[in-house]
Write a protein that binds this ligand. Structure first.
Ligand code: ZN
Length: 393
């Protein structure tokens, strides 16, 4: 386990979902990788995970963090990771002698504004490039804020990422509103969507969530969607002034167009949501290809790995763990299907019992109850996605 993360845990902090993908996704949506119906669960304001599970709010994955505040880590001279406390994915700032290159612009413009103010304290050089690692809007809804601040900005994404951003980005506000309305309905009816009655404590927590989420919805409603302005399909390298930034597509994984950023001199790799710590984000995507993509990622000569969410990692242990977790699911599913018949002739219920990922629980979650519950949720979804992939073969 990476030392930094273990350090946090050993200090007795509880892991909890600061950002839970969730709520009311339909089966149709589940293949689109929509990440927009997310909720923020603030420490102390909610009994986060169990409430979320009980309410059936957590339809999708989570990015886990014990990070209640915005946190900045210096990775090298002029290279910083910004961890956001709420919905936004991590942002990495790379300052060259002439230009600044930013990886991921976050979800809320207010986060992007804060990040830009911070960048201006670090340097008077302009942000010339923003790269979006993938299309999920917790990594790119801040694009417009950067464009307004730096009009000569180029926004870069893999060609597949731009396609999907263009498809799903503009609908962000309406999905947030829909999600909010669904939670509000729970409060009005006193029941979850599946009919479980809410206790008084649950209702108080749902109310607190709604109060907090209202500001998010209002903010997202004002966002002007800004897509990528430059696409790539394999890799390229750019010198931003005494600093080489390499951008690579190492294969599909979390989405069809995951980009990673590699700083060869500094031995830093910025992985996007191909790597999410401490529980992988495996609620859609392409696990059977993701295994090799993680393998490719691990082959880069890197000592610092920036995940899409969570603290920086100082070695590749977690990368291999994530790879092994997915490989185990895919191998077991294939074995099960070899013994029976192709997936297209079977239901998920028929085959999921043939995949047992419990041996990974301890390795991801230790003895932490909330993390354990999150792992169970992630493992369930991984099996589902692996099955869906198998039905396409
Ligand atoms: Zn994300």
């Amino acid at each position: 386990m990476p030392s930094e993360a273990m350090g946090s845990r050993s200090h007795g902090m509880n892991w909890f979902p600061c950002r839970a993908m969730r709520a009311f996704r339909t089966e149709d949506e589940s293949r689109t990788g929509l990440r927009e119906t997310e909720m923020t669960l603030q420490r102390n304001s909610l009994r986060p995970f169990f409430l979320v599970l009980a309410l059936g709010l957590l339809a999708m994955g989570t990015a886990w963090s014990d990070q209640p505040e915005r946190k900045i880590s210096k990775l090298a001279d002029g290279v910083y990771e910004i961890q956001h406390p709420r919905l936004s994915g991590n942002t990495t700032v790379i300052i060259g002698a002439r230009q600044v290159f930013v990886v991921d612009s976050g979800f809320l413009p207010s986060d992007a504004q804060q990040d830009i103010a911070q960048i201006r304290q670090w340097t008077d050089r302009p942000v010339c490039f923003v790269l979006n690692t993938h299309f999920h809007n917790d990594h790119n809804l801040g694009n417009r804020t950067y464009m307004d601040a730096f009009p000569a900005l180029t926004i870069i994404a893999h060609v597949e990422t731009k396609k999907e951003m263009d498809l799903f980005g503009p609908g962000s506000a309406s999905r947030e509103e829909k999600s909010y309305a669904n939670v509000q309905r729970m409060l009005e009816t006193g029941k979850t969507g599946s009919g479980t009655p809410l206790s008084d404590a649950d209702k108080a927590e749902v109310k607190a969530y709604l109060a907090q989420q209202q500001a998010v919805v209002e903010e997202v409603k004002k966002v002007k969607f800004q897509s990528a302005t430059l696409t790539f399909d394999h890799d390229f390298s750019i010198d931003i002034g005494d600093r080489e930034v390499q951008v690579k597509f190492l294969g599909r994984g979390n989405t069809g167009g995951d980009a990673v950023v590699y700083l060869p001199k500094e031995k830093i790799v910025i992985a996007g949501d191909l790597v999410v710590y401490p529980i992988p984000y495996v609620y859609d995507g392409y696990p059977s290809e993701w295994i090799q993509t993680l393998q490719n990622l691990a082959q880069l000569d890197a000592e610092t790995i920036v995940p899409g969410h969570g603290p920086i990692l100082h070695d590749k242990t977690y990368l291999y763990l994530e790879r092994d977790f997915m490989k185990s699911a895919v191998d077991q599913m294939n074995e099960r299907l070899r013994q029976t018949s192709p997936a297209m002739f079977q239901s998920l219920a028929d085959v999921k019992g043939g995949v047992d990922l419990s041996s990974f629980r301890q390795r991801f979650a230790g003895n932490d109850q909330e993390l354990g519950a999150a792992f169970d949720e992630a493992a369930t979804h991984l099996v589902k996605v692996v099955y869906e992939e198998a039905t396409l073969r």
